[in-house]
Design a protein around this ligand. Structure first.
Ligand code: CDP
Length: 231
């Protein structure tokens, strides 16, 4: 059990990828990387600089200023995971709003943005011992990951989970708005030209619509332990 592996978790929006990724990282003593947080932080950067809004995208200006966005993760010991920082500022709260969710897939479809973020992700994971979740982790970022998972569940289940999360955080959203966002992002993420969301051939598909968090964790931990016995 000494050799470290890479665990890549991909899937549609709000499929509980980050929940299982955090559970696994804590259990194994691995680093958890939320690649979606990076795309969300880049979106916030673009919004703050008026490069993108609900009805416009100034791609040229965004690309000209791409280097001005510095992203890094800082571990928060009391939370047990790393938080996202944009140009030295903790943006964890801001990047989880529906406003950011409504624009993130547009920004994530831009190849230059992906190139910048994928390079950072590869660097973080170069020594293995990483659990990373996103849309292209098993297909682009870590094609050689020892364990690849592809998470699915019904759009309604996913929207309900995300709606509950946002309400808990005190955000003023309706279930219909959240469902619309989930469906729109699924569409953009699966149909974009660069690194579309697709199940890697060697990924294990897990539909967690009717699994509790505990059942899902127990099931996936078995898969991890099996891999660790064979590396
Ligand atoms: O939490 P949720 O599953 O809703 O989304 P997220 O993981 O925070 O990702 C937000 C958005 O970033 C996705 O809808 C994708 O457009 C984009 N993304 C991506 O393109 N590639 C990744 N590896 C991760 C996220």
């Amino acid at each position: 059990m000494n050799r470290k592996i890479t665990i890549a978790i991909d899937g549609y929006s709000s499929t509980g990828k980050s929940t299982i990724a955090k559970q696994l990282a804590n259990k194994l003593g691995y680093v958890y990387v939320d690649s979606g947080a990076m795309y969300r932080a880049m979106t916030l950067f673009a919004m703050n600089n008026k490069f993108v809004g609900p009805s416009f995208l100034d791609k040229e200006s965004l690309l000209q200023n791409l280097e001005d966005a510095t992203l890094d993760f800082q571990f928060n010991a009391s939370l047990g995971f790393a938080e996202m920082y944009l140009n030295g500022k903790n943006v964890e709260k801001e990047i989880r709003t529906l406003d950011v969710s409504n624009l993130v897939s547009t920004i994530a479809a831009i190849s230059e943005v992906r190139k910048k973020l994928v390079a950072i992700q590869k660097e973080i994971g170069k020594n293995k011992g990483v659990v990373m979740d996103g849309r292209d982790i098993g297909t682009v970022v870590f094609t050689d990951a020892e364990l690849k998972l592809f998470m699915t569940s019904s759009a309604e289940t996913r929207a309900q989970r995300r709606y509950d999360e946002l309400i808990e955080k005190g955000q003023d959203v309706s279930y219909e708005q959240v469902l619309k966002n989930v469906l729109e992002r699924d569409h953009i993420d699966t149909t974009r030209k660069d690194s579309p969301l697709i199940k890697a051939d060697d990924a294990i598909e897990i539909d967690n619509s009717s699994l509790t968090k505990e059942e899902q964790f127990a099931m996936i931990l078995k898969l991890v332990e099996e891999k660790l016995r064979n590396v």
